[in-house]
Ligand binder design. Structure first.
Ligand code: FES
Length: 580
């Protein structure tokens, strides 16, 4: 840790708007005073933007206005001036074609909201899957002091006495309906049982994984990730974070001071230990790209290997975020990594302390939830990065959510050219498929879908489910919900829609998967592969206008984080010219 706090007091960037008696300053201040802010709010104290992804159409973040009030309390207490600012909110549950297509748009909007307005620092108020990475990406590009506060997970779901997890049981129950084992009425009743309080998904899905990533990166206060949305300690966390950001601005403690290469390596190992989402791969690559850190899939392969998955949460395990919180939450996991010698203990956090200082004294209160290493869900946790002629730039699989007997397998490919082709044929009992086959879905990557939807965990054919089979190997260039499970190979790069080798697969081909050897191979010769790809033509109609055009033209591959090419990098927060 080499951070040296800046001198205080000094003139902050917000004073370019609010400080002085010139016409422009009076103009900026005067309009703000229509809200009743006293004159001393503009006296040079830190102005903190509370960037709020609250939206009634982002149900996981619908409680964030209440939390914003607690953040304000903290900012006032520490002598700052809080201003709540709504930012573009991307709901995982309902945004079409997929919230992922708008992660970069939200990041761009946040970046410009911070740069173009009188803010000295920001509290990033997030929760649902894409809101966390998009705000972190935007803040990283401005490099203004920023702290993450997540909304927290929902309480445990219970259906007829059994614990049910967001997403995870949605997939299970929908397959049970398809297999004729559950009625549609029961499914409807289960729906309400799963979502019984405000908050984000209560499994270790993408929202909980990204909350954990923010904490492991050092961008949130210790313990933030797991506190349930409705627990009073979530409000305390918000208030404490509000106090803290004011001091961060005074010290000039920036995202680039916290999100170092070591911090990303800590986060990658943490993701392995928690059995976190495959989506964390894409988001961390994208956030690193904004800070200017050279993070690649090879870092995931190197750091993610041999990390035991010790957090016994769905979808890999049996418990939910509420129990993870009661057990001690992420600090216990970070302490374990530190004890195992695989945590960079000196990594700085937004608290101003090192990550080790924050966690070294915590206690595990439930060894069924945070397991001893010898009882880990798998000793080979983490995300496995596969390579081979089918994925020269890489593909990923989450071994802790896969079926062990399928991790080494040769099978016949059953190919779907795109999601419409899959939907049209998967339920047809005449489909030539059995459980030894490998389902292949093309054209669902960043350009292909477009936006790289969470369709990689494609449901199995009903005739297979009716045999009691619940898993088959599935390969695609799509993503998968962090709440999902199965032997699912994702993010295959380059994607089919750009002429990647996935485009060359045909039904009847043999594919070999060898996860221990990190290999995925299409059993055809190099010449045959070249011949097939020479016949390939662009499969999607490119949009000609609007954001869809911008996305389609500039989105990069999943292997580098699927950011827009012109948004990578740290552009800082120059104050620029006045508007009048
Ligand atoms: Fe929003 Fe899961 S859908 S957190």
């Amino acid at each position: 840790m080499s951070f040296k706090p800046a001198k205080w007091p000094r003139r902050l960037r917000s004073q370019e708007w609010f400080g002085g008696t010139g016409r422009d300053q009076i103009y900026h201040r005067g309009w703000m005073k229509n809200q009743g802010f006293p004159h001393d709010m503009f006296d040079g104290r830190p102005v903190i933007g509370i960037l709020n992804t609250w939206s009634e159409l982002t149900p996981c973040n619908a409680h964030l206005r209440d939390l914003a009030e607690r953040v304000k309390h903290g900012i006032y207490e520490a002598g700052g001036f809080p201003v709540e600012v709504p930012v573009f909110s991307t709901a995982e549950s309902s945004f079409r074609p997929t919230a992922m297509m708008f992660r970069n748009l939200a990041a761009m909007a946040v970046e410009e909201a911070m740069r173009g307005q009188p803010m000295d620092g920001a509290v990033l108020l997030v929760g649902c899957d894409k809101t966390t990475p998009s705000l972190m990406m935007g803040a990283a590009s401005t490099d203004l002091p920023s702290i993450v506060v997540t909304g927290g997970p929902m309480l445990n779901g219970y259906f007829r006495g059994e614990r049910v997890g967001s997403g995870t049981h949605l997939w299970k129950f929908s397959e049970a309906v398809k297999a004729g084992e559950m009625t549609a009425d029961d499914f409807l009743e289960a729906e309400a049982s799963m979502s019984r309080s405000p908050g984000s998904c209560n499994t270790m899905g993408t929202a909980s994984s990204m909350a954990s990533m923010a904490e492991a990166l050092g961008m949130a206060l210790s313990g933030n990730a797991a506190i349930p949305a409705v627990d009073s300690r979530r409000r305390m966390m918000a208030q404490l974070s509000g106090r803290r950001i004011v001091q961060m601005v005074k010290d000039d403690l920036k995202p680039s001071d916290v999100m170092t290469k070591q911090a990303f390596e800590n986060a990658i190992r943490t993701n392995g230990a928690i059995g976190g989402s495959t989506n964390a791969v894409i988001h961390l690559l994208a956030i690193a790209g904004r800070v200017g850190i050279d993070l690649t899939l090879d870092d995931w392969a190197r750091c993610g290997r041999d990390v035991a998955t010790i957090v016994n949460l769905m979808p890999s395990g049996e418990y939910l975020m509420e129990e993870f919180f009661y057990a001690g939450g992420l600090p216990v996991v970070l302490k374990r990594l530190g004890q195992a010698g695989i945590l960079h203990r000196d990594a700085l956090t937004v608290s101003g302390e090192t990550i080790w200082d924050q966690v070294k004294d915590v206690v595990n209160h439930n060894e069924d939830v945070i397991l001893p290493v010898e009882k880990a869900l798998t000793q080979q946790g983490g995300i496995a990065v596969l390579k081979g002629n089918l994925a020269p730039n890489g593909a990923v699989i989450k071994p802790s959510a896969a079926s062990p007997h399928l991790l080494q397998h040769r099978g016949r490919a059953v190919v779907f050219e795109d999601i419409d082709d899959y939907k049209a044929r998967i339920n047809d009992d005449s489909l030539d498929v059995d459980e030894t086959c490998i389902l292949v879905l093309k054209n669902c990557g960043p350009k292909g879908y477009p936006g790289m939807a969470e369709v990689g965990n494609m449901g199995l054919p009903p005739k297979i489910l009716k045999k009691g089979i619940t898993d088959m190997i599935r390969i695609s260039d799509a993503r998968m919900s962090g709440t999902a499970y199965g032997t699912v190979i994702l993010h295959t790069s380059p994607e089919a829609a750009t002429g990647g080798p996935l485009a060359a697969v045909r039904s009847g081909d043999t594919i070999e998967l060898d996860v221990p050897a990190r290999r995925i191979h299409l059993d055809i010769s190099d010449e045959e592969m070249a011949d097939r790809l020479a016949q390939w033509t662009v499969p999607v109609d490119a949009p000609s206008s609007g954001y869809a055009w911008l996305h389609q033209t500039h989105v990069q591959g999943a292997d580098t984080g699927a950011d827009l090419d012109f948004l990578r990098g740290n552009r800082g927060a120059p104050v620029g010219r006045d508007s009048h």
